[in-house]
Write a protein that binds this ligand. Structure first.
Ligand code: ZN
Length: 119
């Protein structure tokens, strides 16, 4: 129990865990339960996560990572397609497209830039 009590005192404000940024304490730790943190996900969804789950990397998003890039659609050339389809059309690996977009590339740039061997 000692470890659990210690962890509740750690201030996570502003820390990033995967796609989540800890904003503030949502629910203070009560006996036997860990602190719940209000977090902002990169997809701009707010969610509440146990501090331990954040710090141990058990939860890294509001849930949008699990939904993943497979269902999300990206618009380019006036067409809305999943990355899977875009990958098929462009011949660029889905993983490459996804990591480019994750790096902040525009959809068009990700789809039209030729592949470097480093990718
Ligand atoms: Zn999210």
């Amino acid at each position: 129990m000692k470890g659990d009590d210690m962890s509740t005192l750690i201030d996570l404000t502003g820390n990033r865990y995967g796609r989540l940024t800890a904003l503030s304490i949502a629910v203070r730790a009560k006996h036997g339960k860990s602190t719940m943190w209000l977090c902002l996900c990169d997809c701009s969804t707010r969610t509440i996560v146990q501090s331990q789950h954040l710090r141990h990397g058990k939860i890294k998003s509001c849930g949008c990572i699990k939904k993943g890039p497979k269902t999300k659609k990206f618009e380019c050339f006036g067409i809305n397609q999943t990355l899977r389809k875009w990958s098929y059309f462009t011949g660029i690996k889905q993983h490459t497209l996804y990591s480019r977009i994750n790096r902040g590339w525009s959809t068009e740039r990700a789809l039209t830039t030729t592949i470097k061997t480093s990718e």
